[in-house]
Design a protein around this ligand. Sequence first.
Ligand code: NAD
Length: 261
Amino acid sequence: MDLGINGHTAVITGAARGIGRAIALRLAREGGRVCFADRDEAGAAEAAAEAMAQGGEAIALVCDVTDRASMAALFDGAAAAHGGLDIVFNNAGIAQTKPLLEIEDAEWHRMMDINAFGVLVGMQEAAKRMIAQGRGGKIVNTASVAGKQALPLCAHYCASKFAVVALTQAGARSWGGEGITVNAFCPGIVETDMWRQLDDEFRALPTTPAGTTLGDANPDFPLGRFAAPEDIVGLAVFLASSDSDYMTGQAIQVDGGMVMQ
Ligand SMILES: NC(=O)c1ccc[n+]([C@@H]2O[C@H](COP(=O)([O-])OP(=O)(O)OC[C@H]3O[C@@H](n4cnc5c(N)ncnc54)[C@H](O)[C@@H]3O)[C@@H](O)[C@H]2O)c1
């Protein structure tokens, strides 16, 4: 069955590792013409090589999501290599564990620059090209459960992910008539390098009791285990496929049942 992935061009930012890498590898296995995009050039190249070793069609391109010229070059490069632009994942992001009173101005601006402005730029530059092509498209943004409920130790991260949810809704309302859907997925805790960094920062706080991890700070939830990147892939790929053609503007949790709303 054609799910709108086989033979279609997909760009995934933050694809050098973690969630983005898992999504990009799966899209390549589904027959997508995949562009692994990241500011980590070597990591992106290594991930694309893995996709090709599995028989997929893949290239790696360097990008900085906060730099509009870089993102324009990314989408033009992917379209030139693979023929057009059909699916875009705005997934690159950063995080930080920091009590609300201690967040510094530069930390706020960096968080909002990469996580929120980076998604705005990715959506704009993708949509411009999809509209010009005239064959619709799929934009999928990585939000978080932190985009649904704010937490005391990462207020700036939460604010940036609430912004991703808002941008998702605004994009859906702007481009539905052009056949472009815009949706987001909201992971809970995924055991990636990002999570390990957050845990290190948590354990280094003077207020953290010895031997406590950031995982301990999360109460029981129905599925009772943290996610691997592969746990996120099914929903992400669904949002990029034609099976989700009648959905737009949604931000859906994939979090083991942590947040219910
Ligand atoms: N890990 C989690 O628990 C979790 C939970 C919810 C949401 N998320 C979100 O999922 C996404 C991926 O997270 P992850 O856990 O895979 O993180 P990760 O740190 O493992 O990977 C993030 C990737 O983004 C890239 N990146 C960062 N800034 C960039 C920039 N300016 N331009 C281009 N690339 C850039 C990094 O080089 C890295 O390869 C992020 O948006 C994150 O906020 C993660």
